[in-house]
Structures are given as C-alpha cells and as structure tokens.
Design a protein around this ligand. Structure first.
Ligand SMILES: Nc1ncnc2c1ncn2[C@@H]1O[C@H](COP(=O)(O)OP(=O)(O)OP(=O)(O)O)[C@@H](O)[C@H]1O
Ligand SMILES: [Mg+2]
Length: 305
C-alpha cells in the first residue's frame, strides 16, 4: 500500500467509488402476443415478419450506474425504457421474456440463480408510473414493507419508521392527523409521495421510478422533483422520464435510448421490430443543451419522438 509522499496519491485518494451497477451486454427479448391474420398480413406487407416468436427489445447495452447519482433514462415511446428499468430489480422475470448479459450490483450478479429476488426488491425499490397505494390506511401503506420483512421490534418502533419515512417523503405534515384514513382518498401527488414513503420504509439502496410524474399536475410534479433532490445524498435513483427539461433539472446524468435505423445511425428506425439501443450517456445538462449524437439532438429538440 502506498502512503502519503509516494507521489501516487492522486490516483489512490480519494478512492474512486465503485459503480453501484455495472450493466454489461444486456439484451432482452419479449414473447410476441398471438396475433390475428389481419395483423400478420400487415406485418408481412411492412417486411416485419421474420418467423421469430420473440421480439428483440433491448440490444447490447453496457454502462455503469454510479453510486448516489440520479440517472435519467429518456427516449421515444417503445424504445425499451421501462423494460430496462425493470431489469434492475428483476421485475421482468417470467415466462414471456428472455434476458442475456449481466447486471452487477455492488459486484454481485443480480441474475445469479442463487439470488433471493425478494431481498433484491427490498434493496432496489420501485415507484410506479401511476400512484398505486394499497386500499389500506395511510399508516398501513408505509407499515406494509416493514411488517412483511419483520423490520421492527415493537409497535412504537413501527410507528417511528412510518413517521420518519412520511417525513422523508415530505408528506407527514399533510397527513399527521389522518393516519388512519384510506390512502386512496389522498390527492394524486400525495399518493405518489406516499408510494415513495412506502418504498423508502424497507431501507432500499436504490429507487427505480418509471415516469413518476406523468399523471401529476405541475405543482405536484415540482414537489416530487424537490423530494428526489432531497433523497439524492442517500440513494441511487434511476428515473424514466418523458420530460427532457425534468431530466435536465433533476438528473446528474442521462441515458438516451432509441431504436436506430440499421442503415443510417443518424435516424430513428421506422421498423417496429428494431430493438432499442443506448445511443448516448452523458451529464444531464449536456444532454439537454448540447448532446453529442445527432439522434439525441433530434430527440431533445423535438424533431422526433
Ligand atoms: N410484456 C410484454 N409483452 C410484449 N411486449 C412487450 C412487453 N413489455 C414490453 N414489450 C414491448 O417492448 C417494447 C419496449 O417497451 P417498453 O414498455 O419498455 O417501452 P418504453 O420505452 O417504456 O415506452 P413508453 O415510453 O411508451 O413507456 C415495446 O415494443 C413493447 O411493445
Ligand atoms: Mg415505459
């Protein structure tokens, strides 16, 4: 081990943090839905029928997610953003899809068959596009995860967990006197912050958010953005957003995904069956103001997508 004065400390100190996730050569296929003869005829006419029963959705993605960064995933509809996000806590697992490649979290392959998927999902939380509180009380929504995973020793401790996480989600002051009311009676923005509190209550390291503001008004959206900013020092956050300005405001880096025309890498693919690829990953402010790739430029300036 080198010590101070060896002249090499610029490399050793401060220690370069390891990435939180290392995504390597990830490819995803989903099973095609059964289709009628008319749909099939249309696809033959478009030259899309290749006899395969699967659709290649994500092609050869390799990138790192840094610890405690907010990484935004942007791109046109259908390019595989949600599918990629779901890979980080294995929400895609099931018969109708196939995964190749590896995603390492803290150097451990999350696709290792030995891995306990329930444990993974407590460490990598999920916030849905539309707020989806359980039809239970506000208190019970946040208490749900700690109850299932036995994360408390007394009722007082459970109450503390619930209050702390409602505070962290910036909701406590608004609901402190109606903790036993049904969560579904809250406004959309409050419900989304409750869902974030619910995700935080099992102490995850990572929070995945799939367009968490898409059903919210501008004021509720601003509150969620403020909240993401407050969570930033303690969590790694990966967020899919359709809102490029939002990516610029809240993210440290942004990844642009797109189906690229196989014959011209500067154009989006017209053919539905082309898989999405990672076109560019850079600092979010660079991505929204001065992206490198012509396709990214076309997308952020609204020329397509
Ligand atoms: N379970 C599934 N069964 C069949 N096809 C699927 C499934 N999940 C995703 N796909 C297909 O994979 C492709 C990518 O879908 P995905 O939902 O990841 O796109 P997206 O970028 O999130 O789009 P959007 O911006 O509209 O949410 C689409 O063509 C979609 O039809
Ligand atoms: Mg999506």
């Amino acid at each position: 081990m080198l010590s101070a004065g060896d002249g090499n400390n610029a490399i050793l100190s401060p220690e370069t943090p390891k990435p939180h996730f290392r995504v390597e050569n990830v490819n995803v296929w989903v099973k095609k839905k059964p289709e009628g003869w008319q749909q099939r005829r249309r696809r033959i006419a478009r030259g899309e029928l290749n006899g395969s029963t699967e659709r290649h959705v994500i092609q050869n993605m390799t990138f790192d997610v840094r610890r405690q960064e907010v990484l935004a995933i942007i791109g046109p509809s259908g390019c595989g953003k949600s599918t990629l996000l779901r890979c980080f806590n294995r929400m895609n697992d099931g018969d109708n899809w196939r995964f190749e490649g590896s995603i390492k979290m803290n150097d451990f392959d999350i696709y290792d068959p030995q891995l306990d998927v329930v444990e993974l999902r407590t460490r990598v939380g999920w916030v849905h596009q539309k707020p989806n509180p359980f039809p239970k009380s506000i208190f019970e929504n946040v208490a749900y995860g700690p109850r299932i995973h036995g994360l408390f020793r007394s009722n007082a401790e459970l109450k503390e967990i619930v209050v702390d996480n409602l505070r962290r989600a910036g909701l406590y002051d608004e609901v402190s006197n109606r903790m036993d009311d049904l969560a579904t009676g809250l406004s959309g923005g409050q419900q989304q912050r409750l869902c974030i509190a619910r995700a935080l209550a099992v102490s995850p390291e990572v929070i995945l958010m799939d367009e968490p503001c898409s059903s919210l008004d501008p004021i509720a959206t601003a509150k969620i953005e403020e909240l993401i900013d407050e969570l930033r020092p303690n969590f790694t956050i990966i967020i899919v957003t359709h809102n490029i300005a939002q990516a610029g405001r809240i993210a440290d880096r942004a990844a642009f995904l797109c189906k690229v025309d196989p014959e011209n890498s500067e154009k989006p693919a017209k053919n539905e069956s082309v898989p999405g690829t990672l076109v560019e990953l850079s600092d979010a402010d660079v991505m929204v103001t001065n992206p490198e790739h012509p396709l990214t430029r076309g997308f952020v300036t609204g020329r397509f997508g």
